[in-house]
Design a protein around this ligand. Structure first.
Ligand SMILES: [Zn+2]
Ligand SMILES: [Zn+2]
Length: 643
């Protein structure tokens, strides 16, 4: 089955069950023109899962473009890709387990034609010390579903992942795992959740490729084993509970379902082949590379390069489609890296940088053309002559620049090589100053029998680079997984910081960009002069005072004009819908009639999420500014942490 077929069958399936299709958000967050991509993209749904009514109703479905920069180095095996589409369906206080699990099962078996004998599932084992019961309801639903298909499905206990390697399959099909594997909340496992925090069990579905277990992972195989026998293809999160002040768990008044599934993985399972690169999207690109290079994908010496070119070109096409262009900063740099790695590996296949033989088009441009053709029906940003021209032109220009870089880097490498070795700092300088990829340095060094220090190089890189940290290890926990408690604390601190900057520096201070990770926050703002140490101290002190004031943080949805009248901060140049979400820090309620609103400390256009009270930030530590610097003409940048 093709990628396009899987996607449209999934959307149709849920449309017939009362769901509204919502379009994929762009890879580039619209409200934040400077950030890197987030791991998975469903951020806009977080407030609705926490109780806000969604304008499109209670049943939603979509296929979301996603990109994980931290997977760039991992591409090359049979399952890692940087770009992927995540299928999602949501119940916002509507249906629950007894609809969700049968629907997904029916979709996999009847629509995708997957043999139910190949499917294995997990459920939450329960947490006695926190009084959260075992999810017997999900396990029982699964047992009946398998039984209706004539599959005997025994329920077995596993517990932790390491228990799994000890206990093994035990003849079961439905497995209870602990909170680390089968529980979702923004703060993680039940004991880490603060009072007022929602969470619940989840249930994963795995496809069994039937390959032999590899004992280097552990004695026994089990569904969460990493040996490659099982592939997780989807996860239903059931937002069922809320943590009480006394530490116990109560049922949420409105329970939600947040499902996430890997489109390419489901396609791989439907074909019974564990190599996602054999799905149609990639295999067409791979055939093209085979044709021009004369090399075979089945040749183990080249398979990695085939996969890297196919993966990186697909990710690059989608980034270009969303308006990113190659550059030396942030996401532009990620795109540049993808294109240059693709070019390098095309080279390894024996394909030249600029020409693919019979006419003027480069091999990368040809690969991009295939990908655009595949996806343009589903993603309108790739459709049309001008989109096509712009994407191809950007790729071609980058290839030309890269070819020049290689020439210059090569000259520099020759100079260094005369000393008889390439040390870590030299390799790093080749990379940063000449743009010469480390892979090239290493390869040339090996060819000449020179020593090269790759670990030292990696250390240099780590010191200087804080890219590729978005995302989380839980791939299919829906978009919610990115919202760790720390990120949420930093986000609220970010609002306090903007207000404090205006107080100290003046009302001309406007936000020009922002980026928040679990480690730090960053804000770009309009201001010309370097801030003095006194000003920095004042800002820091004010933010920490507001945290200590324990101000409530309130979200409201109101017409854009009303929000503007209230003086809500918004980012210069950003586009907002007619109804906007606003976060105010300080007020009890938020409406134009409410006098408290004007007294609130800070009001911003923002989709959240935020902590409920500024005092919740203090659990993360004291607010500390780490760096203040110029970022562009008339703009400064601050990096700050909770320590
Ligand atoms: Zn295994
Ligand atoms: Zn915000």
């Amino acid at each position: 089955m093709t990628i396009n077929e899987v996607r449209s069958k999934y959307l149709e399936f849920f449309k017939h069950r009362g769901h509204t299709v919502i379009p994929s958000a762009p890879l580039v967050p619209q409200n934040d023109p400077t950030t890197l991509f987030t791991g998975s993209g469903m951020q806009p749904l977080v407030p609705y899962l926490l109780g806000e009514p969604h304008p499109k109703g209670n049943r939603l479905v979509n296929s979301q473009k996603s990109f994980r920069a931290e997977d760039i180095e991992e591409v090359g095996d049979n399952r890692h890709t940087t770009f992927f589409e995540m299928l999602g369906n949501w119940s916002l206080g509507d249906y629950f387990k007894k609809e969700q699990l049968p629907w997904f099962f029916e979709f996999l078996t009847d629509e995708m034609g997957i043999d139910p004998q190949r499917l294995y599932v997990s459920a939450f084992i329960g947490d006695e010390s926190n009084n959260v019961p075992r999810d017997t309801e999900s396990a029982e639903i699964w047992r009946l579903l398998f039984s209706a298909k004539g599959v005997d499905a025994e329920i077995r206990e596993i517990g932790s992942e390491s228990d799994g390697y000890r206990r093994g399959m035990q003849g079961g099909r439905i497995f209870y795992y602990n909170a680390k594997k089968n529980w979702w909340s923004r703060a993680g496992v039940p004991e880490n959740m603060p009072p007022g925090e929602p969470g619940g069990p989840d249930s994963e579905v795995f496809y069994d490729f039937g390959t032999p277990h590899d004992a280097k992972f552990g004695a026994e195989c089990h569904p969460n084993c990493d040996c490659g026998r099982f592939l997780e293809i989807g996860n239903s999160v059931f937002m069922q509970y809320i943590k009480q002040e006394d530490g116990s768990f109560a049922l949420l008044p409105k329970q939600n379902v947040d499902f996430g599934g890997g489109l390419e993985r489901i396609a791989a399972a439907a074909s019974g082949n564990s190599d996602v690169f054999l799905t149609d999207v990639f295999s067409d690109v791979i055939s093209l590379l085979e044709k021009y290079s004369g090399k075979q994908y089945s040749d183990s010496g080249f398979v990695r390069s085939f996969r890297i070119v196919a993966d990186h070109m697909r990710a690059a096409v989608f980034m270009l489609g969303d308006g990113v262009r190659p550059s030396n900063t942030e996401r532009g740099y990620v795109l540049r890296r993808l294109l240059r790695r693709a070019s390098l590996h095309a080279n390894k296949l024996g394909l030249p940088h600029d020409k693919s033989g019979d006419d003027s088009e480069s091999i990368l441009a040809r690969a991009a053309t295939i990908l655009i053709e595949k996806y343009k029906m589903a993603y309108s940003e790739l459709d049309g002559e001008s989109a096509f021209q712009e994407i191809i032109q950007a790729i071609t220009q980058e290839e030309i620049r890269f070819a020049q870089t290689l020439v210059n880097g090569m000259k520099e490498f020759e100079k260094i090589a005369q000393s008889g070795k390439v040390d870590a700092l030299e390799a790093y300088t080749l990379f940063t100053t000449y743009g010469f990829p480390f892979e090239m340095t290493a390869e040339l060094a090996i060819e000449r029998g020179l020593a090269v220090d790759s670990e030292g190089f990696a250390r240099e890189m780590k010191k200087h680079q804080d890219l590729s940290r978005a995302g989380s290890e839980q791939k299919f926990k829906g978009g919610l997984a990115d919202h760790s408690l720390k990120t949420t604390q930093l986000h609220t601190a970010h609002h306090l910081l903007l207000k404090a900057l205006q107080t100290v520096l003046g009302p001309h201070v406007k936000q020009r960009g922002s980026n928040i990770t679990a480690e730090r926050l960053r804000i770009d703002f309009s201001h010309t002069a370097k801030m003095t140490p006194e000003q920095l101290q004042d800002v820091e002190r004010i933010v920490n005072e507001r945290i200590a004031d324990a101000l409530p943080v309130v979200r409201s949805t109101l017409p854009k004009q009303d929000a503007e009248m209230l003086g809500a901060e918004h980012e210069f140049g950003a586009k907002y819908p007619d109804m906007v979400s606003v976060y105010s820090i300080g007020p009890v309620s938020a409406s134009l009639e409410s006098p408290q609103f004007t007294e609130s400390y800070s009001i911003e256009f923002c989709g959240g999420p935020h902590v409920a009270n500024t005092s919740d930030i203090s659990q993360g530590g004291a607010f500390k500014i780490q760096k203040e610097e110029a970022v562009a003409a008339g703009a400064r940048r601050i990096k700050a942490v909770l320590l």
